[in-house]
Design a protein around this ligand. Structure first.
Ligand SMILES: [Ca+2]
Length: 133
């Protein structure tokens, strides 16, 4: 099983078995997207709650339906339709969709790139699924 130190934000391991993840626990530091991860943020500029998918470098990171019981920012804020910025720290382009199951409109974030303000592209608070394949 994966293990991690206490964090101020929830972290899930997606599509991986046996991955070990560790984080520094600097209380005042802004949430940092770990290597090989895709991180979704509640607010612009990577603020608010962070939800991170972590896996080995070659693993697929994906969430077909963010409107699921496991996807919440802190204070019980659903991830679905509440993402305002994204960091793609994986080795593959990320495809982010406005509907579940990779439907609706799509915005891409290249490998090791980010979108700090989805509202500038009309995608604020609308992401419902993503995959990096
Ligand atoms: Ca938001």
């Amino acid at each position: 099983m994966a293990k991690w130190k206490s964090l101020r934000v929830p972290v899930v391991l997606a599509l991986t078995l046996g991955a070990t993840v560790s984080f520094s626990t600097q209380a005042s530091a802004a949430p940092v997207c770990p290597a090989n991860s895709i991180c979704l943020y509640q607010d612009d500029a990577f603020g608010g709650g962070m939800f991170a998918w972590v896996a080995p470098a070659t693993a697929v990171l994906q969430a077909p339906d963010l409107n699921g019981p496991d996807y919440y920012f802190p204070r019980a804020v659903p991830v679905n339709d509440n993402v305002s910025s994204i960091i793609n720290n994986s080795n593959y382009v990320g495809h982010f969709w406005t509907n579940a199951n990779y439907g609706g409109y799509r915005i891409d974030v290249d490998a090791h790139k980010w979108n700090s303000k989805l509202s500038t592209t009309g995608f604020d608070n609308s992401i419902s699924s993503f995959t990096n394949r």
